[in-house]
Design a protein around this ligand. Structure first.
Ligand SMILES: Nc1nc2c(ncn2[C@@H]2O[C@H](COP(=O)(O)OP(=O)(O)O)[C@@H](O)[C@H]2O)c(=O)[nH]1
Ligand SMILES: [Mg+2]
Length: 217
Protein backbone atom coordinates (compact mmCIF):
# COMPACT_ATOMS: atom_id res chain seq x y z
CA UNK A 1 0.00 0.00 0.00
CA UNK A 2 1.47 3.31 -0.98
CA UNK A 3 -0.34 6.03 0.98
CA UNK A 4 -3.39 6.42 3.22
CA UNK A 5 -5.94 6.86 0.47
CA UNK A 6 -4.47 4.67 -2.25
CA UNK A 7 -3.88 0.94 -2.37
CA UNK A 8 -1.69 -0.61 -5.06
CA UNK A 9 -2.30 -4.28 -5.70
CA UNK A 10 0.32 -6.42 -7.39
CA UNK A 11 -0.90 -9.46 -9.30
CA UNK A 12 0.87 -12.16 -11.30
CA UNK A 13 -0.66 -14.26 -14.08
CA UNK A 14 0.60 -17.84 -14.35
CA UNK A 15 -0.58 -20.80 -16.36
CA UNK A 16 -0.08 -22.68 -19.58
CA UNK A 17 -0.03 -21.16 -23.04
CA UNK A 18 -3.48 -20.34 -24.44
CA UNK A 19 -5.16 -20.58 -21.04
CA UNK A 20 -6.24 -16.94 -21.35
CA UNK A 21 -3.66 -15.16 -19.17
CA UNK A 22 -3.23 -12.12 -21.39
CA UNK A 23 -6.97 -11.82 -22.05
CA UNK A 24 -7.61 -12.03 -18.29
CA UNK A 25 -4.98 -9.36 -17.66
CA UNK A 26 -6.84 -7.10 -20.06
CA UNK A 27 -10.20 -7.81 -18.40
CA UNK A 28 -8.76 -7.09 -14.94
CA UNK A 29 -7.09 -3.87 -16.07
CA UNK A 30 -10.00 -2.77 -18.22
CA UNK A 31 -7.54 -2.29 -21.06
CA UNK A 32 -5.91 -3.94 -24.07
CA UNK A 33 -2.35 -3.78 -22.71
CA UNK A 34 -1.51 -7.41 -23.46
CA UNK A 35 -1.47 -9.16 -26.84
CA UNK A 36 -3.98 -11.99 -26.76
CA UNK A 37 -4.99 -14.18 -29.68
CA UNK A 38 -5.76 -17.68 -30.81
CA UNK A 39 -2.52 -19.39 -31.80
CA UNK A 40 -0.85 -22.78 -32.20
CA UNK A 41 2.25 -21.35 -30.57
CA UNK A 42 2.87 -19.31 -27.41
CA UNK A 43 2.13 -15.66 -28.16
CA UNK A 44 3.77 -14.12 -25.08
CA UNK A 45 7.53 -14.64 -24.79
CA UNK A 46 8.49 -12.06 -22.16
CA UNK A 47 6.85 -10.61 -19.06
CA UNK A 48 5.08 -7.28 -19.25
CA UNK A 49 3.46 -5.06 -16.67
CA UNK A 50 0.10 -3.37 -17.09
CA UNK A 51 -1.43 -0.78 -14.77
CA UNK A 52 -5.07 0.06 -14.29
CA UNK A 53 -6.35 3.57 -13.73
CA UNK A 54 -7.25 4.55 -10.18
CA UNK A 55 -10.49 2.79 -9.28
CA UNK A 56 -12.74 4.18 -6.59
CA UNK A 57 -15.72 2.61 -4.83
CA UNK A 58 -14.05 -0.79 -4.40
CA UNK A 59 -12.46 -0.58 -0.98
CA UNK A 60 -12.60 1.42 2.25
CA UNK A 61 -10.16 1.83 5.13
CA UNK A 62 -11.32 3.11 8.55
CA UNK A 63 -14.54 4.36 6.97
CA UNK A 64 -12.78 6.32 4.20
CA UNK A 65 -12.85 5.55 0.50
CA UNK A 66 -9.64 4.12 -0.98
CA UNK A 67 -8.61 4.33 -4.57
CA UNK A 68 -7.26 1.06 -5.86
CA UNK A 69 -4.70 0.63 -8.61
CA UNK A 70 -3.91 -2.79 -10.04
CA UNK A 71 -0.53 -3.75 -11.41
CA UNK A 72 -0.70 -6.97 -13.39
CA UNK A 73 2.35 -8.89 -14.54
CA UNK A 74 1.63 -11.01 -17.62
CA UNK A 75 4.02 -13.91 -18.18
CA UNK A 76 5.04 -16.21 -21.06
CA UNK A 77 3.31 -19.12 -19.36
CA UNK A 78 4.44 -22.62 -18.63
CA UNK A 79 4.36 -25.08 -20.39
CA UNK A 80 5.50 -22.88 -23.28
CA UNK A 81 5.82 -23.81 -26.97
CA UNK A 82 9.44 -22.65 -27.33
CA UNK A 83 10.86 -21.68 -23.92
CA UNK A 84 12.13 -24.20 -21.35
CA UNK A 85 10.88 -24.27 -17.77
CA UNK A 86 14.16 -22.68 -16.62
CA UNK A 87 13.88 -19.87 -19.17
CA UNK A 88 10.29 -19.05 -18.17
CA UNK A 89 11.13 -19.27 -14.48
CA UNK A 90 14.16 -16.96 -14.83
CA UNK A 91 12.14 -14.45 -16.89
CA UNK A 92 9.35 -14.35 -14.28
CA UNK A 93 11.72 -14.12 -11.30
CA UNK A 94 13.60 -11.21 -12.87
CA UNK A 95 10.36 -9.40 -13.71
CA UNK A 96 8.93 -9.94 -10.20
CA UNK A 97 12.03 -8.44 -8.61
CA UNK A 98 12.10 -5.59 -11.10
CA UNK A 99 8.42 -4.58 -10.99
CA UNK A 100 7.23 -5.58 -7.51
CA UNK A 101 10.56 -5.72 -5.62
CA UNK A 102 10.24 -4.80 -1.96
CA UNK A 103 6.55 -3.93 -2.15
CA UNK A 104 6.00 -7.55 -3.10
CA UNK A 105 3.37 -9.66 -4.76
CA UNK A 106 -0.16 -9.82 -3.30
CA UNK A 107 -1.58 -12.65 -5.35
CA UNK A 108 -0.68 -15.03 -8.17
CA UNK A 109 -3.58 -16.02 -10.38
CA UNK A 110 -3.15 -19.50 -11.75
CA UNK A 111 -5.09 -19.34 -15.00
CA UNK A 112 -6.87 -22.52 -16.09
CA UNK A 113 -9.49 -23.04 -18.77
CA UNK A 114 -12.88 -23.86 -17.28
CA UNK A 115 -13.79 -25.86 -20.39
CA UNK A 116 -10.78 -28.22 -20.32
CA UNK A 117 -10.28 -30.94 -17.68
CA UNK A 118 -7.30 -30.41 -15.40
CA UNK A 119 -5.24 -33.62 -15.36
CA UNK A 120 -2.76 -35.08 -12.91
CA UNK A 121 0.32 -34.63 -15.09
CA UNK A 122 -0.42 -30.97 -15.73
CA UNK A 123 -1.06 -30.44 -12.05
CA UNK A 124 2.36 -31.87 -11.15
CA UNK A 125 4.09 -29.49 -13.59
CA UNK A 126 2.02 -26.48 -12.71
CA UNK A 127 2.02 -26.69 -8.95
CA UNK A 128 5.72 -27.48 -8.88
CA UNK A 129 6.36 -24.42 -11.03
CA UNK A 130 4.26 -22.13 -8.82
CA UNK A 131 5.82 -23.58 -5.69
CA UNK A 132 9.36 -23.03 -6.96
CA UNK A 133 8.50 -19.46 -7.88
CA UNK A 134 6.60 -18.38 -4.77
CA UNK A 135 8.16 -20.59 -2.12
CA UNK A 136 6.66 -22.71 0.67
CA UNK A 137 3.75 -20.36 1.39
CA UNK A 138 2.55 -20.40 -2.25
CA UNK A 139 -0.94 -21.63 -1.29
CA UNK A 140 -1.68 -18.43 0.67
CA UNK A 141 -0.71 -16.32 -2.31
CA UNK A 142 -2.39 -18.24 -5.13
CA UNK A 143 -5.94 -18.19 -6.47
CA UNK A 144 -7.35 -20.08 -9.46
CA UNK A 145 -8.72 -18.02 -12.33
CA UNK A 146 -11.06 -20.11 -14.48
CA UNK A 147 -11.35 -18.55 -17.92
CA UNK A 148 -13.87 -19.38 -20.66
CA UNK A 149 -16.73 -19.11 -18.18
CA UNK A 150 -18.88 -18.18 -21.20
CA UNK A 151 -18.58 -21.78 -22.43
CA UNK A 152 -19.80 -23.11 -19.09
CA UNK A 153 -22.70 -20.71 -19.21
CA UNK A 154 -23.53 -21.57 -22.84
CA UNK A 155 -23.71 -25.25 -21.87
CA UNK A 156 -26.25 -24.11 -19.25
CA UNK A 157 -24.23 -25.28 -16.26
CA UNK A 158 -24.38 -23.55 -12.94
CA UNK A 159 -20.73 -22.74 -12.19
CA UNK A 160 -20.78 -24.09 -8.62
CA UNK A 161 -22.36 -27.41 -9.69
CA UNK A 162 -19.96 -27.59 -12.61
CA UNK A 163 -17.02 -27.21 -10.26
CA UNK A 164 -18.45 -29.80 -7.91
CA UNK A 165 -18.07 -32.35 -10.74
CA UNK A 166 -14.50 -31.31 -11.60
CA UNK A 167 -11.62 -33.81 -11.73
CA UNK A 168 -10.21 -34.95 -8.38
CA UNK A 169 -6.99 -33.20 -9.38
CA UNK A 170 -8.71 -29.83 -9.72
CA UNK A 171 -10.72 -30.34 -6.55
CA UNK A 172 -7.52 -31.13 -4.64
CA UNK A 173 -5.84 -28.02 -6.03
CA UNK A 174 -8.87 -25.93 -5.06
CA UNK A 175 -8.64 -27.27 -1.53
CA UNK A 176 -4.92 -26.47 -1.37
CA UNK A 177 -5.57 -22.83 -2.19
CA UNK A 178 -8.45 -22.65 0.32
CA UNK A 179 -11.14 -22.52 -2.39
CA UNK A 180 -9.88 -19.21 -3.76
CA UNK A 181 -11.23 -19.25 -7.31
CA UNK A 182 -12.84 -16.88 -9.77
CA UNK A 183 -14.71 -17.70 -12.96
CA UNK A 184 -14.06 -15.13 -15.66
CA UNK A 185 -15.51 -14.55 -19.13
CA UNK A 186 -13.00 -12.54 -21.13
CA UNK A 187 -15.45 -12.24 -24.00
CA UNK A 188 -18.26 -10.85 -21.88
CA UNK A 189 -20.41 -8.27 -23.63
CA UNK A 190 -20.26 -6.03 -20.58
CA UNK A 191 -16.59 -6.39 -19.65
CA UNK A 192 -16.88 -3.67 -17.02
CA UNK A 193 -19.20 -5.86 -14.92
CA UNK A 194 -16.91 -8.87 -15.31
CA UNK A 195 -13.97 -6.70 -14.30
CA UNK A 196 -15.64 -5.37 -11.13
CA UNK A 197 -16.92 -8.80 -10.08
CA UNK A 198 -13.39 -10.26 -10.40
CA UNK A 199 -11.77 -7.29 -8.62
CA UNK A 200 -14.15 -7.57 -5.66
CA UNK A 201 -13.24 -11.26 -5.27
CA UNK A 202 -9.52 -10.51 -5.52
CA UNK A 203 -9.83 -7.86 -2.80
CA UNK A 204 -11.66 -10.34 -0.59
CA UNK A 205 -8.81 -12.87 -1.04
CA UNK A 206 -6.24 -10.20 -0.14
CA UNK A 207 -8.22 -9.24 2.96
CA UNK A 208 -8.32 -12.91 4.05
CA UNK A 209 -4.51 -12.93 3.76
CA UNK A 210 -4.21 -9.61 5.68
CA UNK A 211 -2.88 -7.86 2.55
CA UNK A 212 0.46 -9.61 3.06
CA UNK A 213 2.92 -9.81 0.18
CA UNK A 214 5.80 -12.02 -0.93
CA UNK A 215 8.91 -9.90 -1.41
CA UNK A 216 11.35 -10.62 -4.24
CA UNK A 217 14.94 -9.40 -4.19
N1 LIG B 1 -14.46 -17.75 -25.26
C1 LIG B 1 -13.44 -17.32 -24.53
N2 LIG B 1 -12.21 -17.18 -25.10
C2 LIG B 1 -11.20 -16.74 -24.32
C3 LIG B 1 -11.36 -16.41 -22.95
N3 LIG B 1 -10.16 -16.02 -22.46
C4 LIG B 1 -9.30 -16.10 -23.48
N4 LIG B 1 -9.90 -16.53 -24.60
C5 LIG B 1 -9.28 -16.76 -25.92
O1 LIG B 1 -8.24 -17.71 -25.77
C6 LIG B 1 -7.17 -17.44 -26.66
C7 LIG B 1 -5.86 -17.37 -25.89
O2 LIG B 1 -5.89 -16.28 -25.00
P1 LIG B 1 -4.55 -15.58 -24.50
O3 LIG B 1 -4.97 -14.52 -23.56
O4 LIG B 1 -3.68 -15.17 -25.65
O5 LIG B 1 -3.84 -16.80 -23.72
P2 LIG B 1 -2.39 -16.85 -23.03
O6 LIG B 1 -1.50 -17.59 -23.98
O7 LIG B 1 -2.59 -17.67 -21.78
O8 LIG B 1 -1.96 -15.46 -22.75
C8 LIG B 1 -7.53 -16.12 -27.36
O9 LIG B 1 -8.08 -16.43 -28.65
C9 LIG B 1 -8.59 -15.51 -26.46
O10 LIG B 1 -9.52 -14.68 -27.16
C10 LIG B 1 -12.67 -16.55 -22.37
O11 LIG B 1 -12.92 -16.29 -21.18
N5 LIG B 1 -13.66 -17.00 -23.20
MG1 LIG C 1 -0.23 -14.41 -23.35
Amino acid sequence: MSNDSKMTINLLLLGRTQSGKSASGNTLLGSIDFASCLSLRSVTTSCSLGRSCNISGLARRSGSQLTVQLQVLDTPGYPHSCLSKEQVSQEVKTALAHHFGEKGLHLALLVLRADVPFCKEEDDHTTQFVQELLGPKWKDYTAILLTHADRVEKAKFNTEEYLHNASDTLQKLMQSVQQKYIFIDNQATILKEENLRALRKILEFLRQNNYQTIVFK
